[in-house]
Design a protein around this ligand. Structure first.
Ligand SMILES: [Fe+2]
Length: 331
């Protein structure tokens, strides 16, 4: 092929040479025209054109640079997919539930972007007292954080529910501590209900050892039925509100949950039965310029209602106090 174009082959060879030269001239003329046209626009300078040409040639000579970009993107994608899989595998192998609490990495990465309507203008919780169900109706499905002051103070659970009661209750139901109900140890070293109820008395009341804080779902129907003898459905919730088939107990000292969202299907209510608890609420990061973070505290006998699916929230318990709460959902 090379020889065909470089060695004249009589009349045919001369014609091909002429055609090639004419096409080449036309191409060069069009290229010059384009080049001058681009320069006349003043949008690009000769230097820019030369630089673009140099970069294009550079990229052509160094295809590895392009490969490197794809390589790095591939590694990042692999890490994003492999990290939750790795954590879940370790959780399964160690027999620890919620090794990565609530799979937060995956949920955070996949949650929808907020339009920030829920938090605009809100600077603190709405504090309500002595409301009947009818009076509470306008607020029932609001995204406003609400404290219902002393609304659960009359519950028998406020007087009777404590660490010793729960320990005895779980001991009375064979295998109750072995159920697969979700358990969260937060920052503590207690990895299961077994650990919680096998603590020495001194550690349980924090006269010795490190502070602990745990939470778990009461999903055993017999246990739940027994427990619910100590507290009714909150009187202010709508009659037709759907309730779950399990409640959550949270108890312990000092550091509670760190800032997070709950991935639950309904709104959350929490009855503060013992100790004070501080709540820290923050809007989604994309709402930082429109909304503000704030904190408040609840006292024994208060109920707090927060849409924890949209409000980031964290809790702490004042040093030396023991906090015990019942948490559930409605919707
Ligand atoms: Fe939460």
């Amino acid at each position: 092929m090379f020889l065909f174009f470089t060695r004249p082959m009589g009349t045919l060879g001369n014609r091909m040479q002429n055609v090639r030269e004419r096409l080449g001239e036309e191409f060069l003329e069009k290229l010059d025209s384009l080049h001058l046209g681009a320069l006349r626009t003043n949008l690009v300078s000769r230097h820019d054109l030369q630089e673009a040409y140099r970069k294009a040639r550079d990229m052509e000579r160094n295809p590895n640079r392009l490969n490197m970009v794809w390589y790095v993107l591939g590694i990042m994608l692999f890490i994003m997919i492999a990290t939750p899989v790795f954590y879940e595998t370790i959780s399964f192998l160690l027999g620890v539930r919620c090794f990565l609490p609530n799979n937060n990495l995956v949920w955070e990465a996949t949650r929808p972007i907020s339009d920030c309507q829920f938090c605009k203008g809100i600077k603190g919780p709405l504090i309500l007292r002595n409301l009947t169900r009818e009076e509470f109706t306008p607020y029932a499905y609001s995204s406003l954080p609400i404290i219902m002051k002393q609304s659960v103070a009359h519950w028998p659970a406020k007087r009777r529910l404590n660490y010793a009661y729960l320990k005895d209750l779980y001991a009375s139901v064979p295998g109750a501590s072995d159920t697969n109900c979700p358990f969260q140890h937060f920052n503590s070293d207690l990895k299961s209900l077994h650990d919680v109820f096998r603590m020495p008395k001194e550690r349980a009341n924090l006269s010795e050892g490190a502070p602990w804080f745990v939470g778990w779902s009461v999903c055993n129907p017999d246990l739940l039925a027994e427990l619910r003898k100590l507290y009714p459905r909150p009187h202010f919730l709508p009659v037709d509100a759907e309730m779950p088939h399990s409640d959550f107990i949270l108890m312990g000292y000092e550091q509670g949950a760190v800032m997070h969202l709950d991935y639950i299907p309904r709104l959350m209510w929490q009855a503060q039965l013992q100790g004070n608890k501080s709540w820290f609420l923050a809007p989604a990061p994309e709402c930082d310029h429109q909304c503000q973070s704030f904190s408040f505290y609840v006292e024994p006998g208060d109920a707090v209602l927060v849409d924890t699916r949209i409000w980031y929230h964290a809790n702490t318990v004042p040093k030396g106090q023991f906090s015990l709460t019942i948490q559930s959902e409605y919707g």
